[in-house]
Design a binder for this molecule. Structure first.
Ligand code: TRP
Length: 442
C-alpha cells in the first residue's frame, strides 16, 4: 500500500478534522446549547479526553496497519473475533455522511448565489434560506448528488493520489479565508459582544443535554471514535511522532472553530442581537454582511463558500474511507465497487434527510420532537463517544504493555505516559459511560 508522507498525513488528518463541524455546526451549537458553558465543556473535552483518545486511535492504526476491523483483530491478544467487531464504528461515518452531503449541497447553492444578488437584511436572508430548506427539494437533491459524485471520485482515487493531493491545496486555502475574515471582524464594534457571547460561561445553563452535545461535538470535530484517524494512521510512515501529530490536529481544529465562531457572531451581532438561527446560521448571517460590501462582497461570499465546500469535501472523504477499506477486504471487491455500494447508502438516506425538512413530507419523517436529520445528528453524538470508549479500553487494557512502552518511549516521558494510560483505562471510560447512561435514561 502507498504510505502517506509525514506532512501529507498531517494535512489529510487536519483536512478530516476541519470541516463543517467547525464552521457550520460549532457556531450554531454555541447558541443552541447556551453559549460559553457549552464552549468550556467542549474545550475541556478536547484537552482532557480528545487528545488522549486521538493518540490511542492513531496508535491502533499505526500498529495494526489495517482497516478498522483488521487492526483491532491483529493487535488483540485474545478475543480477536470480538474485537474485530469494533468495525461497526466505521459505519457511523455513513450515517454522518447522510446529512453531511446534504449540507455540502446547501453550500453549493450558496456558491451559485454569490454570482447573483445577495439577500438584503437578515429577515430576507432568513426567508431565503428557510424556503430553500422547506420547499426546494429538486435543487437540494441535485446538489447533494453533486457532493456524492465529488466525494466518490476522490475516494475511488485512493489515499495517496486522491486524498493527500486534494488536501495539500484545500486546507491552506480554507485557513487563509477564515483567518482573513476573522481579522476583518476585529474591526467591527460587535467583536467584543461576540467574544463575551462565546467565552463567558453561564453555568446555570449546564444540563445533561448540553454536556452530551459538548462532548459529542468534541469527538465529531476532531473526527474521533469512528475509525477515520485509525484508517489514515494505518498508512503512516514508521517512526512518525504520533503525539506531536495529535497535538497539531487538535490545535488546528480548535483554532479554526474558535476563529470561525467569533468571526461569524461578530458579523451577526453587527446586524441583530438574536443569536439563535439554528443550522441556517452561516447561510443566513454571512450573505447579509457580504451584501453590504457591494461587488467585493460577492467575491468574498464566493471564496468563503468555496472554502467551506473544500473543508466539507476533505472531511466527507474521510468519513467514507474507513467503510470502503473494510468492504474492499471483506467483500474482496475493487475500490470503485466498494465506494459505490457504501456511497449509495448515504446517497439514498441523504435524500430522505432532505425530505425530512420539506413541508409536504416532513410529517412522515419526524418522530417525537425530531425529524430524520436531527435524529441522525443526535445518535451520532452517542456513537462517537462509544467508539472512543472502545479505543480507550483497547489501548489501556488489551495492547501488550511492552509494545506500548516500546512505541511510545521516545514520544512521552514516563509520567506523561502513566497519566495517559490511567486516563484511558479509568477516567475516560467512566466519564463517557456515565454521560451516555445519564443521557439515555434522563
Ligand atoms: N470532523 C469533521 C467536521 O468537523 C467531520 C468528520 C470527518 C468526522 N471525519 C469524521 C466526524 C470522523 C466524526 C468521525 O466536520
Amino acid at each position: 500500500m502507498n504510505n502517506f508522507t509525514k506532512l501529507g498525513f498531517i494535512m489529510a488528518t487536519v483536512g478530516a478534522a476541519v470541516g463543517l463541524g467547525n464552521i457550520w455546526k460549532f457556531p450554531y451549537m454555541v447558541a443552541e446549547q447556551g453559549g460559553g458553558a457549552f464552549v468550556l465543556i467542549y474545550l475541556f473535552t478536547i484537552v482532557f479526553v480528545g487528545i488522549s483518545v486521538l493518540i490511542a486511535e492513531m496508535l491502533i492504526g499505526y500498529l495494526g496497519r489495517g482497516d478498522v476491523g483488521q487492526s483491532f483483530e491483529v493487535l488483540a491478544t485474545k478475543n480477536k473475533y470480538l474485537w474485530g467487531k469494533s468495525v461497526f464504528m466505521a459505519f457511523t461515518g455513513l450515517f454522518i455522511l447522510t446529512f453531511y452531503s446534504v449540507v455540502i449541497g446547501w453550500i453549493v447553492r450558496y456558491i451559485f448565489l454569490s454570482f447573483g444578488s445577495l439577500p438584503v437584511g437578515i429577515e430576507n436572508s432568513k426567508e431565503l434560506f428557510e424556503s430553500f430548506l422547506s420547499s426546494d427539494f429538486i435543487p437540494q437533491i441535485s446538489f447533494h448528488t453533486l457532493a456524492f459524485i465529488v466525494v466518490a471520485f476522490i475516494v475511488i482515487k485512493g489515499i495517496k493520489s486522491g486524498i493527500e493531493k486534494a488536501n495539500y491545496f484545500l486546507m491552506p486555502v480554507l485557513m487563509l479565508i477564515i483567518f482573513g475574515l476573522f481579522v476583518y471582524s476585529i474591526s467591527l464594534d460587535s467583536f467584543s459582544t461576540s467574544l463575551s457571547f462565546i467565552f463567558n460561561p453561564d453555568f446555570s445553563k449546564l444540563n445533561s443535554d448540553v454536556m452530551l452535545s459538548a462532548v459529542g461535538h468534541a469527538f465529531f470535530t476532531i473526527s474521533l471514535g469512528m475509525g477515520t484517524i485509525l484508517t489514515y494512521s494505518a498508512s503512516l510512515p514508521k517512526k512518525t511522532n504520533i503525539v506531536k501529530a495529535s497535538f497539531w490536529v487538535a490545535f488546528f481544529d480548535t483554532a479554526v472553530a474558535l476563529f470561525a465562531g467569533v468571526m461569524i457572531y461578530a458579523f451577526l451581532f453587527s446586524y441583530t442581537s438574536e443569536a439563535n438561527s439554528g443550522p441556517g446560521l452561516v447561510f443566513i448571517s454571512l450573505p447579509v454582511v457580504f451584501e453590504s460590501f457591494g461587488v467585493l462582497g460577492n467575491f468574498l461570499s464566493l471564496i468563503f463558500f468555496v472554502g467551506l465546500f473544500f473543508a466539507g469535501i476533505s472531511s466527507a472523504v474521510s468519513l467514507l474511507e474507513p467503510v470502503v477499506m473494510y468492504l474492499i477486504r471483506v467483500l474482496k471487491t475493487s475500490r470503485a465497487k466498494a465506494v459505490i455500494y457504501s456511497g449509495l447508502f448515504f446517497y439514498i438516506v441523504g435524500i430522505l434527510v432532505i425530505f425530512s425538512s420539506i413541508d409536504s413530507t416532513k410529517e412522515y419523517l419526524t418522530w417525537g420532537d425530531k425529524n430524520l436529520f436531527d435524529w441522525i445528528d443526535h445518535i451520532t453524538y452517542l456513537l462517537l463517544p462509544l467508539g472512543g470508549i472502545i479505543m480507550s479500553l483497547f489501548v489501556g487494557f488489551v495492547l501488550p504493555r511492552e509494545l506500548l512502552i516500546n512505541t511510545m518511549k521516545n514520544q512521552m516521558n514516563k509520567v506523561v505516559f502513566n497519566v495517559w494510560i490511567f486516563n484511558l483505562r479509568f477516567i475516560i471510560p467512566i466519564a463517557l459511560i456515565w454521560m451516555i447512561l445519564d443521557k439515555v435514561f434522563s
